[in-house]
Design a protein. Structure first.
Length: 277
């Protein structure tokens, strides 16, 4: 089945419209009558098959009456919904709940993650993550508990049988985060996760020297119906890469990481050795 033409922005816009309609308490027929269009068109909009005109979007939002912030967000997204690539800029720090990230991980069927400096967010224990947040220059202390709850939500997405491959540099494993007990618990957690049938952990050993992954961390998401997306996380922004040539570059890096990484068993052996420090 061919993949549908879709973008990160377009999917977020569509999900937002569906949520607004669902939260209005109105049926598709009632919305259609108020917007003055066929009920079948409203159904197709909610299923992501067609788009409303800008005027129809404005009328629909006025009918469903979402909060002003959500109304303005959707109106701003509308004219850019066909644009490939999305650089989401924030203020001093990234948002507590990265909605676009969570939504796309939930939709994905395969995840390939590369981390050269710290362990992947999907594999972190709460104590390990807390230490990283305490060390951060931009995460407010009063937000840490809420951010940990969101991270737990992120971890739970792996339970939906998402096929995952995590490439982790040896330096990220050896970097002690917090007290020795925190590090020991994190290593034990990695051992447990490595035994999940749909989770592969591959360690890039320090002995590999220079390698293709030195260009930086990334997460590639592959979907049943859409083209792949690469998610890049920075200090106070998220970037979603969608151009085919750009995606091909990250796939080439993943291929090189596969070449230089230890096999799954050797990776697990290294993690077990580090547990016994």
């Amino acid at each position: 089945m061919p993949r549908r033409v879709s973008t990160t922005r377009g999917r977020e816009f569509g999900e937002g419209v569906r949520a607004v309609v669902a939260g209005s308490g109105l049926s598709s027929r009632q919305v259609a009558e108020l917007v003055d269009c066929d009920e079948s068109k409203v159904s197709e909009v909610l299923n992501g098959k067609v788009y409303l005109s800008r005027l129809e979007v404005a009328v629909l939002l006025s009918v469903c009456r979402p909060e002003a912030a959500e109304r303005n967000r959707l109106l701003a997204l509308y004219p850019t919904r066909h644009v490939l690539g999305w650089w989401q800029q924030y203020g001093k720090s990234a948002p507590i709940r990265p909605g676009t990230v969570l939504a796309h991980v939930a939709m994905a069927k395969e995840l390939i993650d590369w981390q050269p400096h710290a362990l992947p967010v999907f594999l972190r224990t709460d104590d390990y993550a807390r230490e990283l947040m305490i060390a951060s220059a931009t995460v407010p202390q009063e937000e840490i508990d809420e951010r940990l709850r969101v991270q737990a939500e992120t971890r739970d997405l792996l339970r939906d049988r998402l096929d995952c491959t995590f490439f982790i540099h040896e330096f990220a494993l050896r970097l002690q985060v917090g007290e020795p007990a925190v590090q020991a618990e994190q290593m034990l957690h990695l051992t447990m996760m490595a035994n999940w049938a749909h989770v592969k952990i591959r360690v890039v050993p320090a002995s590999a020297g220079a390698h293709a992954g030195m260009t930086g961390a990334f997460t590639q998401l592959k979907f049943p119906k859409y083209e792949p997306v690469v998610w890049l996380e920075a200090l106070n922004s998220h970037t979603f890469v969608e151009m085919k040539d750009s995606i091909a570059g990250y796939e080439a890096v993943a291929g090189k990481l596969d070449d230089v990484s230890l096999c799954e068993q050797a990776s697990l052996d290294m993690i077990n050795r580090l547990q016994r420090w």
